[in-house]
Design a binder for this molecule. Structure first.
Ligand SMILES: Nc1nc2c(ncn2[C@@H]2O[C@H](COP(=O)(O)OP(=O)(O)OP(=O)(O)O)[C@@H](O)[C@H]2O)c(=O)[nH]1
Length: 379
């Protein structure tokens, strides 16, 4: 999970999407809040204009632009509260509202050409809001912020009544500064948020997964997986199979080739299990030293037995021989499989019962000569 040094975003799009998805509720709330704030900001300035200046031509002329900003920002804020906007839609909402607000600001500046200093101050405030408060991609905020700064400077230099060069230079410097600090602060915010996410992912990984094989650990099995799979099986009323499998005569591998090679065999076995089950559907758990549990939702006895047979045959084709000249050792594994069909559930059997049954069958497979599959349907 590498963070790009310029944008502060994850370099890999899959990591970035995972991060954005984890933040989506917070981002939606932030977007809604800041857009409501924008509506209030633009409308309140209209009210104070009338209070101070009366309904003169300049105030009247800028009303449609202000109403347009309020309408666009207000509509997006309402949408953000009402429905789960996608990340793309939220970015569109942010960019569109920012763009229209900046255009409206230019209209106000043109309509009131003698208040350049106030306009400059408002511009700086708007840039702070764009870089730091409205959630958007840094590259979009930068394009809008720097683009609007250049347009504003061009208005002051060529369109509005002439001003001393020193004024222009000072204004230009201030705009460069606020854009630079805005970009740096937004980048740092991106970076810190992603660092935090990366840490959370690592901690979750450490808490849920076994370090040697990257399989789920027993802690995760008992704390989360069993409950989740049981609920889902009862809801969907489908069969669930569990397979408990154990490498045969593993002690011999350790004794012959050492623990390092033993670890490699465990990793190979786990890799094979991961490769041959359905990614994102089945769960592979390291149940003990060289013992693994597979939880297979929607898999009946015939399908489970066929999978266990394929796993058995694939692993038996594997030989442990670190020295190419040596005879090596054949590696095999034994499998116990138990299935329960939740479509015909009478509430008697739970997943721990299935695991217990699979454990007994694994013991039977060892007892009956190893390198074999024993299976049972529990209803
Ligand atoms: N290298 C390595 N060995 C482990 C690990 N965890 C457990 N073991 C070893 O695995 C061996 C398991 O041996 P046993 O339980 O006697 O079983 P076995 O030799 O596989 O015999 P059967 O299961 O009856 O076929 C023990 O020697 C443990 O020390 C591990 O993470 N790495």
């Amino acid at each position: 999970m590498h963070i790009h040094y310029l944008t502060g975003e994850f370099a890999r799009s899959a990591s970035e999407t995972a991060f954005l998805s984890s933040q989506i509720d917070r981002t939606r709330a932030m977007l809604g809040f800041t857009l409501v704030f924008c509506v209030a900001f633009f409308l309140s300035f209209f009210v104070t204009d009338i209070a101070v200046l009366g309904l003169d031509a300049a105030v009247r002329d800028t009303l449609p632009a202000r109403l347009l900003v309020a309408a666009v920002a207000g509509t997006w804020a309402w949408l953000a509260y009402r429905r789960p906007l996608s990340i793309r839609a939220m970015r569109l909402a942010a960019s569109l509202s920012e763009g229209i607000a900046l255009c409206c600001f230019m209209v106000v500046a043109l309509a009131r050409p003698h208040e350049v200093h106030w306009h400059a101050m408002s511009m700086l405030i708007m840039l702070v809001v764009i870089y730091l408060y409205i959630p958007n991609r840094l590259v979009y905020s930068t394009a809008l912020g720097t683009g609007a700064s250049l347009v504003f400077l061009a208005l002051v230099a060529f369109v509005l009544p002439p001003r001393p060069v020193s004024d222009l230079v000072t204004m230009g410097m201030l705009l460069v500064l606020i854009n630079t600090f805005g970009i740096l602060a937004a980048r740092r915010y991106n970076w810190v948020a992603r660092e935090q996410f990366r840490l959370q992912v690592t901690l979750k990984q450490l808490a849920q997964r076994d370090q040697l094989t990257c399989c789920y650990n027993r802690h995760y099995l008992h704390d989360h997986l069993l409950e989740h799979e049981l609920q889902s099986a009862r809801q969907r009323q489908h069969p669930v199979s569990v397979i408990l499998c154990d490498i045969d005569h593993f002690k011999r591998i350790n004794d012959t080739f050492g623990h390092h090679e033993g670890d490699a065999v465990i990793r190979t076995f786990a890799g094979l299990l991961h490769k041959m089950v359905r990614s994102g559907v089945d769960a592979v758990v390291r149940y003990g030293g060289e013992e693994f549990l597979l939880v297979l939702p929607g898999i009946d006895l015939a399908q489970g037995t066929s999978l266990a047979e394929s796993l058995r045959a694939a692993f038996a084709a594997n030989r442990v021989a670190p020295d190419a000249d040596g005879p090596g050792l054949q590696t095999t594994a034994s499998f116990g499989l138990a299935t329960y069909d939740f479509a015909r559930d009478d509430g008697r059997v739970t997943l721990p019962d299935l695991i217990l049954a699979a454990d007994k069958l694994l013991y039977a497979a060892k007892h009956n000569g190893r390198n074999r599959v024993e299976a049972i349907a529990m209803n």
